[in-house]
Design a protein around this ligand. Sequence first.
Ligand code: GLY
Length: 408
Amino acid sequence: MKTLMGGLVVTALFSVACAPQPQQENIVKDDFDFAARQLKFALTQVDSVNAAQKDVQGKKKLVSPRTIADDGSFKMVASRDWTSGFFPGELWYMYEYTGDDFWQSEARKFTANIEDQKTNGGTHDMGFKMYCSFGNGYRLTGDSVYRDILLQSAATLITRYKPTIGCIRSWDHSRDKWQCPVIIDNMMNLELLYWAFRESGDSTYYNIATTHARTTMKNHFRPDYSSYHVVDYDTISGEVLHKHTHQGYSHESSWARGQAWGLYGYTMCYRETKLPEFLTQAEHIANYIFTHPSMPEDLITYWDFDVPDKTNEPRDVSAAAVMACAMYELSMYNPEKSAQYKGWADTIVASLSKYYRAPLNGAYGFLLLHSTGAHNFERDVPLVYADYYFLEALLKKQKLESEGTALL
Ligand code: GLY
């Protein structure tokens, strides 16, 4: 009852804060119109790659766009790549916005291409791959085949859970450096497990996700609520061995996308569990990010908050897009801060729309420029996950303004 009343109060306050804002609605429409044209162009680029790989089948087949390579070529990836679910996910978001069966049909094709990943137990990236593709597909169509694939994916993911540590192992590579590396990004894969709990009623999924989130809260965060990228655990004692970075500027720096994964991750964990500790954590992370002295005025973060001289350093549009998604949702959970939180998300969306969009029929059909994968690769390029979270942010913004909820 308490929760229900709380929900009603939040919704009531929110509807006042979110009276229709026509100008904002135009941003969403304008961006989706752009995305429709640009993604149709992307499909022609994929067709060209497919024509050149007619005889390639199985694991080597390139199925999904990722970025533009250093030599200027269009880079697509095979299904095992951690980014393979984002392009299908974008197509599902296009279907969600337009209701046009063209997008559903394309989304189904690209989604089917990565089904083999449901049994790939060699990666923690199951949520990124399967929840963004099959998860959105199931949400929008209720297709029971997608449900089965998602349940199998969740069952595969929890084979990586280490009870002594209380975490799902992230990477299997770099065994000379780390025994059991867990990365902050892994918070995003928990959404698939919470979904599996809701669908199957099996509390194992809930317990693993919640324990992972709590262990990460304890060991990944510094007193200022910034987070380390990689925490390495002793597989026998479960003790922390190292706190490192892999993609950031330094071990003690705050890699921007890692901060974004944490923000989105704890916001989602609060949605799924209603445990106040996760809401508090998400709000602390939001405060760290948006009051950081190095955050530019347009709220499109540099790729690392602590890189010393930022004069020639690139932004990370992908981190900004993830932050916007999280802040639209977080704005629902704290009536006193909702306007500020939504305002930050709106600023990001406005900046992305105005200054970071790719040229129409250019950049191989990617939507946004100026993302950064890591200190040593994919610097200042389009990245497919920036585009995916951009479309998600637009959908959340629209729903929040029209229905008072950012939940898709
Ligand atoms: N999960 C990998 C990345 O954020 O780059």
